[in-house]
Write a protein of this length. Structure first.
Length: 401
C-alpha cells in the first residue's frame, strides 16, 4: 500500500492486526496517546460479562471519535465478487453492528473505565454523546471494486451517518490534516457535502472531497478543479512541531503539585488547529528567548473564541524567579478576566539555576465562568500589565502559486 508506520511515539499493540496497529499508531500521534484507547474491553458494574467497545476510541474534551477497523485475510481469494461479499458482510453488517454496540454501551453504562496509550485508566462514559464521529476503516484485497471504495457512508436509522474509509484514504487525510480539530472539522464537512450532493459524491474519490475542503468549507458546488488542490497544497505544518513543547510540558507538570492541570492543558493544546498552534508557538518561542533578559518583559498572549480559552506567556527575569508562582497566577487570572474567558492557561519562563537546563517552564490552568470584578476592572484600566491586542482572522490553509 505504500504506508509507513509512524514511529514518533512507541505504542504497545499486542495481538492486533496490521490495520489495527497502523490506526492506533496514527491516532496516538495525531490525537496524542493520552486521548487514544485501543482494544477496549470492560466489565459493566455488577456483572461478570466482559463487553468490548470499538477497536479504537479517541476522546479529547468535546471531540469523540469511535473507530471500527476491518482487514481482509490476504490468503483469501480476491476478486471483485468475493471482495464485495466481504465488504457487505464485514463492513456494512458486522462493522456497523459493532459501532452501534459501542454507542449503546456509552449511553447505557455510567462507568466504562478503559486504559489509554499512556497507561491512564479513564471513564469514557463521561464523554459527550451528542456529536460522535463514527468511523469504519478497512483494508480490502487487491480486487476491491472502485465503486465500493468511493462509497462514503453507511446510513443507519439508529446510529446516523457512519463514515467509511479505505485505510489508504484515512492515512492520506491524516497526512494533510495534522491536528485533531482539523480532522473533526473535515469529518463534519464530509457529512455536509454528502447530504448536499448525495447522488454525486459517491462517484468521486476521497481526494476530491479533501481538495474541496482544503480550499473552502462551502459545500454549495461540486467543481472538478478542487482535486488539483492536493498538488498545490503548502504543507507548512507538521504534528512534529507540537511534540517538543508537549514533552517539555509533560516533564515538569508534576513537579509542583499541579498534576490535575495535566489533562486540561493538554486538551486545550490538542484542540488547536494548525493556524492557531502557529500563533501559540510563535509566542512560546519568543518568550523562551526573552526570559534570558534581566529587565521586565511584557507578557505575550492570545485567545481563541472557538474554544473560549486564552494563553498568556510570561518571560520572567531571573532576579524575580523566586516569585514565579505568584506571577504565573496573577497574569493568568488577569488575562482570563481581560478577554472575558472561561478558561485560561498561563506559561512562565525564567533562566534556570540548574546548569543542565537553560531555562525553567511552568504552567497553570484556570477554569470558571467569567464574572464582573470591580478590583480587576480598576487594575486593568489604571495599569494594565499587557500589550494591546487586536482581532485577526487566521488563514485556513495555504497553496503554492
Amino acid at each position: 500500500m505504500g504506508l509507513n508506520y509512524i514511529k514518533r511515539n512507541k505504542v504497545s499493540t499486542p495481538d492486533l492486526t496490521k490495520s489495527e496497529k497502523l490506526i492506533t499508531q496514527i491516532n496516538s500521534n495525531i490525537f496524542l496517546q493520552e486521548f487514544t484507547f485501543q482494544k477496549n474491553t470492560f466489565y459493566p458494574p455488577d456483572t461478570k460479562n466482559e463487553l468490548q467497545l470499538a477497536d479504537n476510541i479517541v476522546w479529547i474534551d468535546n471531540l469523540l471519535f469511535i473507530f471500527q477497523i476491518k482487514e481482509r485475510n490476504k490468503e483469501d481469494q480476491s476478486d471483485s465478487m468475493t471482495e464485495t461479499k466481504w465488504y457487505q458482510n464485514k463492513i456494512l453488517k458486522i462493522g456497523v453492528r459493532q459501532i452501534k454496540d459501542t454507542l449503546k454501551y456509552l449511553n447505557e453504562y455510567p462507568q466504562i473505565i478503559i486504559q489509554n496509550e499512556r497507561g491512564y485508566r479513564i471513564n469514557v462514559a463521561k464523554a459527550p454523546h451528542d456529536i460522535i464521529n463514527k468511523i469504519i476503516i478497512y483494508l480490502p484485497g487487491a480486487g476491491f471494486p472502485q465503486e465500493n471504495r468511493f462509497s462514503k457512508f453507511y446510513e443507519s436509522r439508529t446510529a446516523g451517518l457512519i463514515h467509511l474509509f479505505h485505510i489508504e484514504d484515512y492515512y492520506k487525510i491524516c497526512e494533510y490534516l495534522a491536528t485533531p480539530a482539523e480532522i473533526d472539522e473535515y469529518l463534519h464537512f464530509r457529512e455536509s457535502i454528502y447530504l448536499k450532493h448525495m447522488g454525486i459524491i459517491n462517484n468521486l474519490s476521497e481526494q476530491y472531497v479533501l481538495g474541496n475542503f482544503l480550499e473552502t468549507d462551502d459545500v454549495s458546488n461540486i467543481e472538478p478543479k478542487f482535486v488539483e488542490n492536493l498538488k498545490k497544497f503548502k504543507q507548512d505544518f507538521s504534528i512534529d512541531e507540537i511534540y517538543p513543547i508537549l514533552e517539555m510540558f509533560r516533564s515538569n507538570i508534576e513537579s509542583y503539585g499541579k498534576r490535575d492541570d495535566y489533562f486540561h492543558i493538554l486538551k486545550e493544546i490538542a484542540k488547536l488547529k494548525r493556524n492557531e498552534f502557529k500563533e501559540f508557538k510563535k509566542r512560546f518561542s519568543v518568550s523562551i528567548e526573552k526570559c534570558n533578559e534581566q529587565n521586565i518583559v511584557v507578557p505575550y498572549r492570545i485567545s481563541f473564541p472557538r474554544t473560549n480559552c486564552g494563553f498568556v506567556f510570561i518571560p520572567l527575569a531571573k532576579k524575580y524567579s523566586k516569585n514565579w508562582k505568584i506571577a504565573l497566577n496573577n497574569y493568568t487570572m488577569a488575562h482570563k478576566y481581560d478577554h472575558k474567558l472561561n478558561k485560561c492557561i498561563g506559561v512562565i519562563f525564567f533562566k534556570s539555576t540548574n546548569l543542565k537546563l537553560p531555562y525553567e517552564v511552568f504552567w497553570e490552568y484556570v477554569e470558571f465562568d467569567w464574572a464582573y470584578n470591580k478590583e480587576m476592572e480598576k487594575l486593568l484600566s489604571e495599569e494594565s500589565p499587557f500589550r494591546k491586542t487586536h482581532e485577526q482572522e487566521l488563514e485556513r490553509y495555504e497553496f503554492d502559486k
